[in-house]
Design a protein around this ligand. Structure first.
Ligand code: AHG
Ligand code: MN
Ligand code: MN
Length: 333
């Protein structure tokens, strides 16, 4: 059988399921196209002069890398003229981006983390792009921040692209998780990982251990039990990985299982966590749940949180069902 490209896959899904409206299909393809452009820039690195700091900061108070800004621009440029969108929002922009007046407006809202794991860019380690698609509330013609403040259960599609040894786009629109590998010679994403599933059981965890002394008691208990290994309460050894790029961690977990945690930290008591709910927590939770895993903030499903702010933060525990359910239960004990 011939290769199934992203375009063909989406058209066939549209015909088969009827659950993928043409406008949404076009939007997903356009995001994919922007990710290709980001992939080529990431790959060129120093040859294209894209490494290093941009010399600016974002609304989160983080120093921007050149590629944070470049990736953000690629996503805006690719998506502003297609007619599918009512507005966009990004980690790198304080306020929603309005579709310029000369272009038609559509029914969807696009949110993204243009470059995730940007501390990895200059050291040549995997980074990624994360995106989430919501419907614009009906009757709203000039969407402001409040139009975006919908729980993750309202997402109509979400995905990420990991720029690693291979560039892969991993996607859900509510009927499983589909993985595509970028074929650079042909310039197209090809379906290589149909129906991705998170293994229920795992011996691998991911957390930034250097923050251990700042975690809440349930997380300390859970990780201490993992560290105790075979002779501890879990009765087996666990392995640890930390890439410092959520996209790369989620991709590993969806491929071979695991649990990823970015818990609350006592140094910033007013913040629920480090990661952002709308364009990191929610899209990854949608993907993980669609792949049979679990995503919680310790108290509830991440996707059921009703957001109060565009750049709101969230504690994240996601991955293999058994482990996420266990660490969540320790929060309830
Ligand atoms: P971003 O580069 O978009 O700001 O996100 C980085 C996030 C996430 O991808 C990763 O899991 C985490 O920050 C890494 O945090 P540490 O610096 O604590 O390792
Ligand atoms: Mn990020
Ligand atoms: Mn980012």
């Amino acid at each position: 059988m011939s290769r199934i490209t992203l375009s063909r896959f989406l058209i066939e899904q549209q015909r088969k399921a009827g659950s993928l409206p043409p406008e949404l299909r076009l939007l997903i393809e356009t995001v994919g196209r922007a990710c290709k452009a980001i992939s080529f820039s990431v790959n060129k690195g120093a040859l294209a002069g894209v490494l290093g700091d941009a010399g600016s900061g974002n609304v989160q108070g983080e120093a921007q890398k050149k590629l944070d800004v470049i990736a953000n621009d690629f996503l805006l440029d690719a998506n502003e003229w297609g007619g599918s969108l009512a507005a966009m929002a990004s980690e790198e922009m304080e306020l929603p981006y309005h579709i310029p007046g000369e272009y038609p407006k559509g029914d969807y809202l696009l949110l993204f983390d243009p470059l995730d794991g940007s501390s990895n860019i200059d050291v040549n380690i995997s980074v990624g792009t994360i995106f989430s698609i919501l419907r614009c509330p009906s009757g709203v013609t000039q969407p402001d921040e409040s139009a975006f403040l919908q729980p993750g259960t309202q997402q109509v599609a979400a995905g990420y692209t990991v720029y690693g040894p291979q560039t892969m786009l991993v996607l859900t629109f509510g009927s499983g998780v589909h993985g595509f590998t970028l074929d650079r010679e042909h310039g197209s994403f090809v379906l290589t990982h149909p129906d991705m599933r998170v293994p229920e059981r795992t011996n691998e965890f991911a957390i930034n251990m250097s923050n251990m002394r700042h975690w809440d008691a349930p997380v300390q208990r859970y990780v201490n039990e993992l560290l105790a290994g075979e002779t501890g309460p879990r009765g087996r050894d666990f392995n640890m990985r930390w890439v410092a790029s959520m996209v790369a961690e989620v991709h590993r977990i969806i491929t071979r299982g695991g649990v990823f945690m970015y818990p609350h930290d006592a140094r910033t008591p007013q913040q629920p966590g480090k990661l952002r709910l709308m364009y990191e927590g929610n899209p990854m939770a949608f993907i993980i749940e669609q792949a049979g895993g679990v995503a919680s903030n310790g108290q509830q499903r991440i996707m059921e949180i009703v957001p109060q702010k565009l750049h709101e933060r969230v504690a994240v525990f996601l991955g293999s069902k058994e482990e996420v359910e266990r660490v969540t239960s320790y929060h309830q004990a």
